[in-house]
Design a protein around this ligand. Structure first.
Ligand code: GLA
Length: 374
């Protein structure tokens, strides 16, 4: 177990100490460990970041994926608030995008087709009849390289992956860097950077499945989303192109239990799986997108982002077949995802904010997950 603490002290051997005790002991650390090998023999590593208050995030190089996020409850006890697996094999066997970095284009592209600068491109239809989350082998299934990066804000690791021209049907060689920082203000900050040598659509996000109680349904989690509008979808999850005002069922302007009206969204399987258009004073600037509160643990998660949208997905496809960390069965609606992003299928909807990245331009995104208790 090699320690690659870059300017940070080692976290210490104690397991799951109270956040307060940890605070007195250390200033944060980064620890690197082996996390198995892919089927074609590539070594995967896990990086564990611990901040000065004892919060802990674990990210692996396979999919630049957040596999663990330990945050205190109202009594100071740490608990893991993301779904995932204990070992690489279970991830390799297939999973519903737990904690991954998603792309090159997150969410759906209608019928896997788009026209860019007069040329038609065809992508994999891995979510019949559409393309989903970058295709059959998206960036969530690649081994990224990692580097401990120095940040005054707290322990940090930067993950890089270059997607070759034509990978999964996308044009251009896309260089991506995703930096996770666990700040001393108890924020998991994710910063994205991408450049290309040819015009190409880019829409990156993180697909963490949150459960602030650590188990059970999320129907009692109270959610607030700073959005007056959303993009309605057809039966296959593709935006119709309209931008509608949120109605009584869709609105999370006022803090509302997720389960309060969820059954009104019928369909197969029903429930929230929608992009919200965030209210922003200035586009591209960091602002509060969503807030989630869970009353038994007292845990609060606030998400700030530079992105124009956020996808709310309420774990509607979870059905108990996925057995995760510690043998926990992930049942229907046992987690929610809040994926900061550009709107789905933007490449086919010119009225949506632009997702085309061109040569010499930089794609950037910052999304912050701030943890607290009340
Ligand atoms: C996204 C999509 C959902 C589903 C999940 C993964 O959130 O919007 O429809 O595909 O990813 O299961």
């Amino acid at each position: 177990m090699a320690c690659v603490a870059a300017g940070f002290l080692l976290a210490g051997a104690a397991t799951e100490p109270s956040a307060i005790a940890a605070k007195k002991r250390n200033k944060g650390s980064v620890k690197k460990e082996a996390f198995g090998k892919t089927k074609d023999g590539k070594a995967v590593e896990a990086y564990t970041l611990v901040n000065k208050n004892g919060l802990k995030a674990r990210i692996i190089t396979y999919g630049a994926m957040l596999t663990e996020m330990h945050v205190p409850d109202k009594d100071g006890l740490l608990g893991d608030v993301v779904l995932g697996h204990d070992n690489l094999e279970n991830y390799l066997d297939g999973h519903p995008y737990f904690g991954v970095t998603t792309g090159r284009v997150a969410n759906r592209i209608a019928k896997g087709k788009f026209i860019l600068d007069g040329k038609e491109y065809t992508l994999a239809l891995n979510n019949d009849p559409n393309h989903l989350h970058g295709g059959t082998e998206g960036i969530d299934k690649k081994v990224w390289s990692a580097r401990v990066s120095r940040s005054k804000a707290g322990p940090a690791v930067a993950f890089s992956y270059t997607s070759p021209d034509g990978e999964e049907g996308y044009p251009g060689r896309l260089k991506m860097k995703v930096t996770y920082t666990l700040t001393d203000d108890d924020e998991l900050q994710i910063e994205y950077l991408a450049t290309t040598d040819k015009a190409t659509p880019v829409n990156l996000t993180n697909h963490a499945y949150w459960n602030l109680a650590g188990k059970g349904t999320i129907l009692d989690h109270v959610l607030q989303i700073n959005a007056d509008h959303y993009t309605p979808v057809d039966a296959t999850g593709i935006p119709t192109g309209e931008i509608l005002k949120v109605d009584d069922v869709m609105s999370f302007i006022k803090p509302t239990a997720i389960g309060a009206r969820i059954d009104k969204i019928t369909g197969e399987p029903g429930g929230y799986d929608h992009n919200y258009c965030l209210n922003k004073k200035e586009s591209g600037k960091l602002s509060l997108a969503a807030r989630v509160e869970e009353s038994t643990s007292g845990r609060v998660l606030e998400i700030f982002t530079t992105e124009p949208g956020i996808q709310l997905y309420t774990g509607n496809f979870l059905d108990g077949t996925e057995v995760g960390k510690g043998g926990q069965k992930y049942e229907f609606r046992n987690a929610l995802c809040l994926e900061a992003q550009h709107f789905p299928d933007s490449i086919n909807h010119p009225q949506f904010p632009n997702t085309v990245l061109r040569q010499k331009q930089k794609y950037t995104q910052t999304t912050i997950h701030k943890f607290s208790v009340r």
